[in-house]
Design a binder for this molecule. Structure first.
Ligand SMILES: [Ca+2]
Ligand SMILES: [Ca+2]
Length: 423
């Protein structure tokens, strides 16, 4: 991301704002937003009448009225709820029946956050088939954030001492451009842009007057074009749309998801597109949340076409499509920590999995055909529906050291509006 978690960025102290406009980054990666909008349009293109929800006249036409139909009344009293599989405890194994003639088992990998694995969720042939679908369609470079000269930038003087340390500049660039630099990269940038003439590694208030956002953006853009490894996400990807693909395995995948999750069918059938991603050598994806955190007031991106929205993904189902020779683990950065603090995580630098994979608290090893499943949100106790984001699901892909890594990502979207979700 720009992870969806970026939305909850809090700036302790901001200075130099006369030279720089303020901007709040909302929701997730720009490419994801665009994709989701495209998906929303695609979905509503054929279901426009579902968008507005209730239609009392048509209810009447169908001979159903709330007063006369007691069954309907009763159904309304017990609303459908989201489901969440029971992990029981780490190491717990449940036999599950997902497809005729084959048995699968669901392994509890972790409880905080709740993570499951299903070995051989896909057979070798099925993995090959999904990779082929991706290849036939053609992969493009994954991007999370467009760097333009118009990008506004907030200088994060986190400790309020009126100067920027290397760490504060690192955070500024991570938040502003989704680019992950180390101290030497920043010193090199200072040198090239003559930003730190006294070379004390701090940008003082007076030194900052030489900082031009346009120039900085151009520098970062150039740096990344030569070193794509500095990006938060270094991979290629494509989207597969089941209704366009008309593929037997993709349809079968839908059925397995329904059996596995026991979620309402509408949630499985809507927004059923998925991503096929290829990571080459050094390919990685820095830690992020798959769904947005502290942005409750915003509508879900999959339901609107406006830019101010948040990504709402209840569940993630990720399948490894090959064996990676070395590296490429899925890392859960803050799994099992006692508490979570967005600031602490960001300041730790551990979001940068390209450099800090080992510091993560939990690693899941890629294994051909294995599915990894987790819930990005809890269930709201009162409503039985879409609850708070689970901050312990911060995760990403460690760099591939040897070989390549293919995965597919499938998200199950939901929102705070049960009626809309079930329409
Ligand atoms: Ca400072
Ligand atoms: Ca200085």
């Amino acid at each position: 991301m720009g992870s969806a978690g970026r939305a909850s960025t809090v700036v302790c102290s901001v200075f130099l704002i006369t030279a720089l406009l303020l901007k709040i980054h909302l929701a997730a990666a720009d490419d994801e937003k665009v994709d989701l909008k495209e998906h929303a349009e695609h979905f509503y293109g054929s279901n426009q009448d579902n968008k507005d929800g209730d239609c009392p006249e048509s209810d009447g036409e169908n001979g159903i009225s709330e007063e006369s139909d007691t069954t309907l009344e009763r159904e309304k009293e017990v609303p459908v709820k989201l489901t969440r599989l029971d992990g029981v405890q780490v190491g717990h194994i449940q036999e599950i029946n997902l497809t005729p003639g084959r048995s699968h088992s669901l392994h509890t990998v972790n409880m905080k956050p709740l993570i499951f694995e299903i070995p051989d969720f896909f057979s070798n042939e099925e993995c090959q088939h999904i990779i082929r679908l991706g290849q036939e369609q053609g992969l493009e470079v994954s991007s999370t954030h467009q760097i333009t000269a118009d990008n506004t930038l907030r200088l994060l003087d986190t400790n309020g001492d009126q100067r920027l340390s290397l760490q504060e500049m690192r955070r500024t660039i991570e938040d502003g451009y989704d680019i992950y630099l180390n101290d030497d990269d920043i010193r090199e940038m200072y040198f090239r842009l003559k930003l730190d003439p006294n070379q004390d590694d701090f940008i003082s208030r007076s030194e900052s007057s030489g900082l031009k956002v346009r120039q900085l953006a151009a520098y970062i853009k150039d740096l990344v074009s030569k070193n794509p490894i500095k990006k938060s996400r270094y991979s290629e990807q494509t989207w597969i749309y089941p209704d366009r693909t008309k593929d037997d395995l993709v349809a079968e995948f839908q059925r397995r998801l329904l059996k596995l999750t026991r979620l309402p069918e509408q949630l499985i059938n809507k927004y059923s597109f998925f991503q096929v991603v290829k990571y080459g050598p050094h390919g990685h994806y820095n830690a992020h949340l798959d769904s947005a955190g502290d942005t409750k007031g915003l509508p879900c991106c999959h339901l609107v076409t406006t830019k101010k929205c948040r990504i709402c993904r209840y569940m993630t189902i990720m399948v490894y499509l090959n064996d990676v020779e070395e590296g490429g683990e899925t890392a859960f950065v803050v799994a099992n920590n006692d508490t979570f603090s967005d600031q602490t995580l960001r300041n730790s630098g551990n979001i940068n999995l390209n450099n800090h994979c080992r510091e993560s608290k939990l690693h899941v090893r890629p294994q051909k055909g294995k599915a990894v499943i987790w819930y990005n949100h809890f269930i709201d106790e009162e409503t039985g529906w879409f609850g708070d984001v689970d901050n312990f699901t911060w995760h990403g892909g460690c760099p591939v050291i040897k070989g390549e890594k293919w995965i597919m990502n499938r998200w199950i979207c939901a929102s705070n509006d049960r009626e809309v979700d079930l329409a």
